[in-house]
Structures are given as structure tokens and as C-alpha cells.
Design a protein around this ligand. Structure first.
Ligand code: HEM
Length: 414
């Protein structure tokens, strides 16, 4: 396809096939129209690295305060909100959906929860969970890496953080999947009703766990949240909002990163030998994985005024699709952007965790999980390869995330 003349209107980010493998379309946008108004939605897609950084850093012009779900999802958004509010806690904007100065109220607490020292202390536990999961299937010579490892590791770690026992990881997965569907996938009325029920089940579990810590504090995440700002504590609505973001943000993302990391090892078998036991090399590998296959492909912003970006005038109140997955393959920033290269001089200079005040609060935990996982996997498995065809499309349908459907591999135990 000639990138300079191909007709952009023949491709749509709303198509499942394009969402699953968006990189040809991103390359067309880089070549022809780096700030592109999607005709189907009116969203302005920002694809260049430098433009995206401007959007992420200038919170006065590019706001995280978006129209309500009603405006984005119509009457069904309204129905969902009212069903949840009847027997649970209504949505209030917190953390990711706030701008300064409100954002700092939530961020301060979470920066303490995810402080580096606390994450370092978690390492032995992450190693134990990782090795336990590998023990479950290493004797079989084959597994669905996506279902039997990539989903389980972040599921168990985040479920435990919110007070669920490890055995309930499937419950946690159901809650996390539901949050992402509500956020970004079209639904029928029946699906909306069923989603609201799942949200209510999750909210009541969280409320009970938080109340336990209110009277009986311990050294965990929920205690920190419930006892934050003693002079002006977070309300139950705010606590529910923050918890929802930690569940949604901490699970599907790491799962996608782990699955794509394994996929890269299968595509580049020479790396399996080269990286074994090389902590520095594994660190670079993990960063290159999330540059190439950014688990968060996009998120939204709203223009607070008329603004010019990349030569395009974006009118006030337009919605912007901040496209991390495209910026991370911008040829002006990364040489040969579609090549997986752990030796690139600017490895790690990606925007996969964002930039500015909303920079991923869980990045240290995500990096810990990825590094521990690939250290153990490379130690214990050799000759890893695909054990069949990948599904087509490879990913489940989603505009914003990149969730793999399955990844069946075979290997030898070392
Ligand atoms: C590889 C894994 C991950 C990726 C690629 C990722 C990506 C991102 C990105 C791109 C943002 C910035 C959003 C923005 O610009 O508005 C973000 C924010 C956030 N992430 Fe992550 N994330 C990952 C793991 C995690 C984990 C493990 C957690 C929690 C346990 C988490 C929780 C959050 C939260 C709560 C925010 C909002 C922060 C704020 O608004 O101040 N993420 N993440």
C-alpha cells in the first residue's frame, strides 16, 4: 500500500480487524494526517510522539474531564448509571477523570500506596506466585500462555491487594472484564443490566473490605485508602471510583504486556538464549515489548478551547483520542519503528505509561511483574515456540486495549 496516497476513509479504527492490528493504519496516519478527525465518531486521533506529549502534559487545554457516559453511550449509559446508583454507589469523577487541582487529592494517596519501597518488598511474593503458576503446567510441555499465565499473575496480585483470596481470581477477572466493557464497548440493554449487576456485586464486596479496615487497619492498600486524608476522608463513592480504576488499570494491561512479551520471544527465538540470566537485557526487553505492542492503545481527552495541534484546528469540546500505540511507533522518534529491537539507543523512551500528572501510578508494579515473570520464564523454559495458529483476529475487540485471545505455546523444561 502506498502510504502517501492510500485512501484513509477506507479504514476505520472502529473495525475489529483494524483495532487488533492497527499499525498499518497508524503508519498511514503518520504519513498523511497525523492529527486525524475520525469521520465515524468526530474524535481527533493524535498519532505523533511530540503531539501526544503536548496533549498529555498540557492539562489546561487537554482535559481528562469528559462528557458523562450518557453522552458517550446514549440512553444505555444513563440506564447503567441509574441501576448502579439505586443499590450501590453512583459514579463520581476521581483520579484519571479529574484535572488539577482535584487530581492531587487522589494521586497523593496512590503514590504512597505504590511507592517504590513497598513494591520492592513485594518482589519475593511476585516470584512465589510466578513460580507457582509455572509449576502448574511446566510438566505438560505445552500451555495456553495467555489463560494459564498472563491472565493469572496480575489477576492474583491485584485481587490479593483488594482483599480477595487467590482462589477467587476468576471472580476478580469477571469484575475487571466488566469494567472495561462498560468503559469502551457498545452493549445491548440486556448486557447493560447484567453489567450493572456485576458492578453492584463488586462494589458491595469492596465496601465490606474497606469497612473492615476502617475499624481494624492493617498494612495494605485498602487500609491506606480508607484512612487517607483523616481530616477530609475519601467518601465511599470516591473510594469505589479509585478502586475501579486500580482494578481496570492493573489487570488487562499487565496481562496484555505479558502475553505480547511471550509472543516476541516466540518470534525472536535468539533472544531466549541471549536474555537468560541477563537482568539488564530483560529490563530493556520489557520496555521494548510495551513500546511495540502498547497495552493501552488509546485514551480520551477533551479540548477546553479551540486549539491548533499538528497544523489542525481542534474546536473547543472536541474529543481527542490520545493514541499511545501510534506515538510509540512514530518513525520520527523511533528508527525502524516496526522492528523489535532491545538494543535501540532510546529503548524505554516510549509513552506506553503516559506522561505528566497522569503517568501510570502502577508502572513500578507493572515493571516488577514483567521483569520477575520473564526472568523466571527464561530460566525455566527453553525452545519456546507456537503450538498452532494464532486466532484471527489475534485480539479481543476493543478500541483502547490490546487483549490477546489465546497464545498456545510448546517448550522444553530446562
Ligand atoms: C504494562 C502495564 C500498564 C500499562 C501499559 C499502563 C498504562 C497506563 C497509561 C498509558 C496511563 C496514563 C493515562 C493517561 O494518560 O490519562 C495509566 C494510568 C494509570 N494506571 Fe496504568 N498501566 C499499566 C499498569 C498499571 C497497574 C499495574 C496499575 C495498578 C495496579 C495501573 C493503574 C493506573 C491508574 C490508576 C492510572 C491513572 C493515574 C492518574 O490518572 O493519575 N496501571 N496507565
Amino acid at each position: 500500500m502506498d502510504q502517501d496516497t492510500a485512501d484513509l476513509s477506507r479504514h476505520s479504527l472502529m473495525d475489529h480487524a483494524v483495532q487488533s492490528d492497527p499499525y498499518d493504519f497508524h503508519a498511514l496516519l503518520h504519513a498523511q494526517c497525523p492529527v486525524y478527525r475520525m469521520p465515524e465518531t468526530g474524535f481527533y486521533v493524535v498519532t505523533r510522539y511530540d503531539d501526544l506529549r503536548k496533549v498529555l502534559i498540557d492539562t489546561g487545554t487537554f482535559s481528562n474531564s469528559l462528557p458523562s457516559r450518557r453522552a458517550l453511550k446514549g440512553d444505555l449509559g444513563d440506564l447503567y448509571e441509574s441501576l448502579v446508583a439505586e443499590r450501590g454507589w453512583r459514579h463520581v469523577d476521581t483520579l484519571q477523570s479529574t484535572d488539577p487541582p482535584a487530581h492531587a487529592r487522589y494521586r497523593k494517596v496512590l503514590d504512597a500506596v505504590f511507592a517504590g519501597k513497598r513494591m520492592t518488598a513485594m518482589k519475593p511474593h511476585v516470584e512465589e506466585v510466578t513460580n507457582g503458576l509455572i509449576d502448574d503446567w511446566i510438566g505438560d510441555g505445552q500451555c495456553d500462555f495467555n489463560a494459564q499465565f498472563a491472565m493469572k499473575l496480575p489477576g492474583i496480585i491485584t485481587a490479593e491487594q483488594m482483599g480477595l483470596p487467590r482462589e477467587d481470581v476468576e471472580t476478580f477477572k469477571r469484575w475487571a472484564d466488566n469494567l472495561l466493557i462498560v468503559a469502551a464497548t457498545p452493549q445491548s440493554e440486556d448486557e447493560v443490566r447484567s453489567s450493572a449487576e456485576t458492578t453492584l456485586e463488586m462494589q458491595h464486596f469492596i465496601a465490606a473490605e474497606l469497612e473492615k479496615r476502617r475499624s481494624n487497619p492493617s498494612d495494605d492498600m485498602l487500609s491506606d485508602l480508607v484512612h487517607a486524608h483523616e481530616d477530609d476522608p475519601l467518601s465511599m463513592e470516591e473510594l469505589q471510583g479509585v478502586m475501579g480504576q486500580l482494578i481496570g488499570g492493573g489487570y488487562e494491561t499487565v496481562q496484555s504486556a505479558l502475553a505480547h512479551g511471550m509472543w516476541q520471544l516466540v518470534r525472536h527465538p535468539e533472544l531466549q538464549q541471549r536474555l537468560r540470566g541477563d537482568a539488564g537485557g530483560i529490563r530493556k526487553f520489557c520496555e521494548e515489548v510495551i513500546r511495540m505492542e502498547s497495552p493501552v492503545q488509546s485514551l480520551m481527552r477533551r479540548a477546553t478551547c479551540d486549539v491548533e495541534l499538528g497544523g489542525v484546528l481542534i474546536p473547543e469540546n472536541s474529543l481527542i483520542l490520545a493514541r499511545y500505540g501510534a506515538a510509540n511507533r512514530d518513525p520520527e522518534k523511533f528508527a525502524c519503528p516496526h522492528q523489535f529491537d532491545v538494543d535501540r539507543p532510546n529503548v524505554g523512551a516510549h509513552l506506553a505509561y503516559g506522561s505528566g500528572i497522569h503517568f501510570c501510578v502502577g508502572a513500578t508494579l507493572a515493571r516488577l511483574e514483567m521483569n520477575v515473570a520473564f526472568t523466571a520464564l527464561l530460566d525455566r523454559l527453553t525452545h519456546v515456540e507456537l503450538a498452532g495458529d494464532l486466532p484471527n483476529p489475534v485480539h479481543r475487540q476493543s478500541l483502547h486495549w490490546l487483549p490477546m485471545k489465546e497464545l498456545v505455546i510448546r517448550f522444553s523444561a530446562s
